[in-house]
Design a protein around this ligand. Sequence first.
Ligand code: SF4
Length: 638
Amino acid sequence: MQAKPGYTGKIARVDLSTGAVSQVPTGDYADAFVGGQGVAARIYWDEVPAGARAFDPENRLIFATGPCAGVQGLSGARWVVCGKSPATTPEFFTHSNLGGSWGAELKAAGFDCLVVQGNADRPVYLLVRDGEIKIADASGLWGQGALQVREIIKAEQGSSFKVAATGQGGENMTCLATLLADNDSSGTGSLGAVMGSKNLKAVAVRGSGAAGIARPGQLQGLLERVAALKKDYPMTDSGVAEESMKDHCAGCTDECNRGLYEAGDGSRGKFMCQSGSFYKEWALSYYKEPNDVPFYATRLCNDYSLNTKSVFPIIAWLHRCHEAGLLSEKSTGLPLGKIGSLEFIQALTENIALRRGFGDVLAQGLHRAACTLGNRGVDLVYDDITKAGERMTYVPKAYLTTGLLYALDPRQPIQQLHEISRLGMVWVLWAKNKPGANLSSAVLRAIGKRAWGSELAADFSTYDGKALAAKMVQERQLAKECLILCDNAWPILYAEHTPDHLGDPSMESKIASAITGRDMAEDDFYRLGERLFNLQRAILLREGHRGKQDDTLPEACYELPLDTERLNPDCLLPGKDGEIISRKGAFFDRQEFQRMLREYYELRGWDVETGLHRKARLDSLGLGDVARDLAAEGLLGG
Ligand code: SF4
């Protein structure tokens, strides 16, 4: 198979039911979807029957890289894992984006993607090395945590192997299960449970190859422009300890907050953003002073392979149920009077991962666990929770555009939310007169015009302009997931040091062109995102999503006033003509949501009454076969 620049040219396939290993050309998928999540979604559409359950052998685990993986200085070492998730009802296709070095290593080992199908009849792990794949016995690894498995495989196979593994939470197919790779890169979406169902404990990769770059000189010039645009860009989304050591993903030179924390006992691990802060407030309230317990809590979740985004609302719910007398220490076997302590988080994570006692109920995920206690249990669930049981951040009541982003995704669409909220938080520095801050309301309006379709998109006192903004954000983000570029670093919409402080959202398409040699204009880039967005919507519809009926927000968005936002506690945002407003106390307007949704469907070329695709738009995106399949199922709009 002749590799084109940016690719190894090969997608590996392993059938764990039969032990067969095979390969197909990447070009079969990459011509239309470029790489990453796009290629994975297309493979999934072609191969996973709508009726297959997450733990059935027909489900696929698709590990995918993109053309940017392995390219130095690009914040492009991210990789994705896709497959059907058991976390939601009904079960849906999902995707998980991880950093670190595993993805670049898979590519160096000679594969753009790895598709795993079938279920092994005994515990196994995969060894991928320079074009060869072996299915190895993992019986000695079963029952071990993900951190331990990583060390055992490295000790046996060589420390240069990069390992993605799942802990006991994955083995026992809990709906919170993650997978954990080198550099403590954690993947959500419950795909660790799918690993468990396949008896797949880990995938270890090692390679010495490198994909070609079509136009290295042009790429170098683009990297220099990126460096100039990003000079001194302030980072605000921090949950990392201030003195932490940098722990960059492979080849990345960006000044993001990905850091290593060292605890008093000498143990080290990644500790940033949400996963670094999920237990912080509980621990502070219990111990009354900062300590290492939040770090140990994150380590426990990583090792057992439990999603901190799902564990957080479970803790909040347990707390409320305990206070209301609905659950007791005796009935749960958990020290509910000591929430915030190390003892509590140890007991909770262990019981969930091992499905012990009440942990077996919690292992089904928050919504299903709450239902076991009837209406009172359901009423005590935290107010803003996604359909997949994750707590909402960057909430619609503040950022408005994020209402559509949340409504159109069963999970928290974190990369899309970041595009709006990050700029909002940098703007807050200007609003609070921080010396040197220059992302003013006028600059944000100009960014809105350039990147979100209108200046109104940057006015958070009105719902106008938000439908187009949501569509553009979704398309830019999904196209990025094909390349794959990190959302900590992309898009570059604001630049601290240019005269107008505007960044350049055309950089991604130029970089893709330089690496692959396939010319891609900025519009082509958005079209790629639109193609993938529509394909993913088709997958969801085929799996039981009911279109408009399911494009909804939690009732709390409409009925409870905005209290605070984690990283913007005063809820400050630019309003009409750029005036500084606070959305504290605001609700999301139900009628306005319906109006936005209708406008959004029109922009997408979907049926406005049902939220279903129309044939013409799918045909124009090169998805004619998808339209035919949807029509056959009665899932096409009029
Ligand atoms: S910006 Fe941070 S998270 Fe993103 S690739 Fe670079 S080091 Fe990794």
